[in-house]
Design a protein around this ligand. Sequence first.
Ligand SMILES: Nc1nc2c(ncn2[C@@H]2O[C@H](COP(=O)(O)OP(=O)(O)OP(=O)(O)O)[C@@H](O)[C@H]2O)c(=O)[nH]1
Ligand SMILES: [Mg+2]
Length: 320
Amino acid sequence: MPLRSGFVSIIGRPNAGKSTLLNALVGEKVAIVSSHPQTTRNRILGIVSRPEAQIVNSDTPGLHKPDSLLGRQMLDEIEAALDGIHVLLVIVDATKSFSTADQRAFDRAEQFGGPRFLLLNKVDKMRKGKLLPMIAEYQKKLPFKEIIPVSALTGDGIGDVVKTLLKYLPEGPPYFPEEQYTDQPERFLASEIIREKVLAHTREEVPHAVAVLIEKYDEGPQRTSIHAVIYVDREGQKGIVIGKAGATMKTIGTEARLELEKLLDRKVFLELFVKVRPDWRDQTAVVRQLDWRRQMEEQSEDAQDLTPDELAEDADEEDL
Ligand SMILES: Nc1nc2c(ncn2[C@@H]2O[C@H](COP(=O)(O)OP(=O)(O)OP(=O)(O)O)[C@@H](O)[C@H]2O)c(=O)[nH]1
Ligand SMILES: [Mg+2]
């Protein structure tokens, strides 16, 4: 059988289930998930490798009208994720009525020249009888090559998505080694896991106002030491994240540490700090730091500017 491989991107409104779908496709937790809209802020690769094929899926932030620098960076991430892909997956929450945010996804999908599929997600929460009329309704809005009902949460229909994707991918060798299932560095994944736990234990405006930056990530001989700062917008939000007598922070820290230990398969020492940084979502310095690809590019450019002696000095410092 010829080998197939290609790039697939998932777009849709915030909270439709894109990240849950990515995790279901890969069979690993690659992207964080929460019940709050606009959880995902970066494009995230989730790679499915089979003996006969490799599907490189990209999760994206939810399509929305941006009201900050962070929001605009999120939209740039969506555009970057659509560049050069072979198949586009549009996902809707089938339990909700079609919204302007869904229309944004459909408008973007209309500009895409390749095959596009529509996934009707969260079918575990609806009566099966509603599906056929819904499929007909959606097909009238925009023609899709395939419309597939799924539950990203239970895994229902995910096998059909993979099977159908394989039919549309071009022949070609894999892009990534078979054992690699994401492109995110561990350091970024760690910050995301911490943010997920903050989102799980806060509500209203706090989840949108949270950013997590890793200040220290040391892979010592016995354990990995991680020092992370949870940024919020306002003093009151700091109190909410910390909780009564530090109870919320303790829960966030314990849950994040346990998940990190599972992910890294070693002991983790996690230190968390909360800092207030008013309006960070409009500050270039902070927003850029949340873009790990840019961070890595800048670091490698800085490294290129160094003389061999300076490079050696840098390496010594990292060993300390
Ligand atoms: N019942 C049910 N819930 C789901 C399903 N898929 C996702 N969810 C829930 O929907 C919420 C949003 O899921 P996410 O995967 O974070 O959604 P998203 O599209 O990535 O959201 P953003 O990153 O904010 O754009 C979470 O509470 C999920 O558990 C599903 O198939 N069934
Ligand atoms: Mg998401």
